[in-house]
Ligand binder design. Sequence first.
Ligand SMILES: CC(C)(COP(=O)(O)OP(=O)(O)OC[C@H]1O[C@@H](n2cnc3c(N)ncnc32)[C@H](O)[C@@H]1OP(=O)(O)O)[C@@H](O)C(=O)NCCC(=O)NCCS
Length: 222
Amino acid sequence: MTELLPDSPDTEASSRNKIPPEFYRTQHKLRLSYMPWLYFELKPVHREWAEDWQKNVQSYLTAVETVHVGKSCFIAPEAKLFAEPGRPIIIGDGSYIAADCVLHGPIKIGKNVSINHHVTMDGGRMGITIGDNSRIAANCQLYAFNHGNLPDTLICEQPIKSKGIAVGSDVWLGANVGVVDGVVISDHVIVGMSSQITRDVEAYKIIAGNPARIIGDRREKK
Ligand SMILES: CC(C)(COP(=O)(O)OP(=O)(O)OC[C@H]1O[C@@H](n2cnc3c(N)ncnc32)[C@H](O)[C@@H]1OP(=O)(O)O)[C@@H](O)C(=O)NCCC(=O)NCCS
């Protein structure tokens, strides 16, 4: 490792020369997969190969799953999308899905939405909707179903109930937020890191905690 440390320009240059150029492309793709906002800022020289790469990833997905992808989207090849007929995943223009996400339809994602790495969303029967311009940070978990809870039947044999989850526009879910089935999060809401949302949230509220409670209101921020 020591010889790779850039302790002097000479050392850095010589160690770079030992690395085959294709390794940089592989590493660049990985960087985009985990931080897709960089895809939208690529210089034209990189944008060209990256668009071809994305075309392949998206063509494969739309061929094998019921996935509809808008214009100028990015989907990391390391993301896992499952959408059987009748349980589509619809992705609006300019949105991205980062690496290691697991998405199971029905899910409708608006325009210019970020789904960061390791997000899990299962639409259950009724589905999940995310409004335009919302930000879903890493490791969020949205499950639009619950198992039944009758005392005399095994959990695994109880019917599954699903009401659906709705996330509005311009919403920011911080990292590691959980959302249970039936919740409606209105427009412009902010949710603090590691919060668990079990009740509907009114527009502009800032909420945090487990279970999440109101800690502020965006309209009062200067
Ligand atoms: C919620 C957040 C946005 C701050 O909002 P804010 O309105 O500026 O809130 P404040 O920092 O003034 O905190 C208000 C109160 O809420 C508490 N609080 C803030 N964030 C909290 C959280 N995530 N969980 C629990 N409590 C939290 C504070 O401790 C404070 O409590 P106090 O009044 O008893 O001291 C920020 O704390 C946060 O969680 N950001 C998410 C970061 C993230 O996930 N980034 C990922 C990259 S997208």
